[in-house]
Design a binder for this molecule. Structure first.
Ligand code: AMP
Length: 145
């Protein structure tokens, strides 16, 4: 069973964050520059206060039109952030992402933000795992061990 700590070791622990008072124009800029789909919202005293993803921006655009760009992160972000821990397993977070229909999970331990896992990281890990399994089975069947 692969744990999230292993994925973080491979991909690194860099987390892109933004403040709740930043504008959506800044969000769009960061999403594009960093080539990511979601940004963790951090406030100095409170720490993790939300998450804002490209879906929030798309929905915001439908609702507010061009005025969206001047709105604040706090107006659009999701405040109830679901997180996982380094000990969570890939299976557990796959289920969480599927049931809750989102693609990003901040990794938190003892109040510290240790990384973000995206659905892309999960798919990459699952594919690698399945490829290894297939190779092992083929070698077993053909006797080429
Ligand atoms: P996503 O699929 O990550 O683009 O996000 C879809 C929706 O779920 C957006 O409204 C996000 O703000 C929200 N969201 C994304 N990740 C989380 C999370 N870990 N906890 C709570 N809401 C989230």
């Amino acid at each position: 069973m692969i744990r999230i700590s292993q994925i973080l070791k491979d991909k690194g622990d860099r987390v892109v964050t933004i403040g709740p008072d930043a504008t959506i124009a800044e969000v769009v800029d960061v999403l594009q520059r960093e080539r990511i789909g979601a940004i963790v919202v951090m406030q100095e005293k409170e720490g993790l206060v939300g998450i804002i993803s490209e879906r929030d921006v798309a929905h915001g655009l439908a609702e507010h039109g061009a005025e969206l760009l001047a709105k604040r992160v706090a107006d659009l972000m999701t405040r109830e952030v679901v997180t996982c821990t380094p000990e969570s397993t890939v299976q557990e977070i796959m289920k969480e992402m599927t049931v809750r229909r989102f693609r990003h999970l901040p990794v938190v331990k003892d109040g510290a933000l240790l990384g973000v896992i995206s659905i892309g990281d999960v798919v990459k890990n699952r594919l690698e795992e399945l490829e290894t399994e297939t190779t092992m089975l083929q070698e077993y069947i053909t006797g080429r061990v």
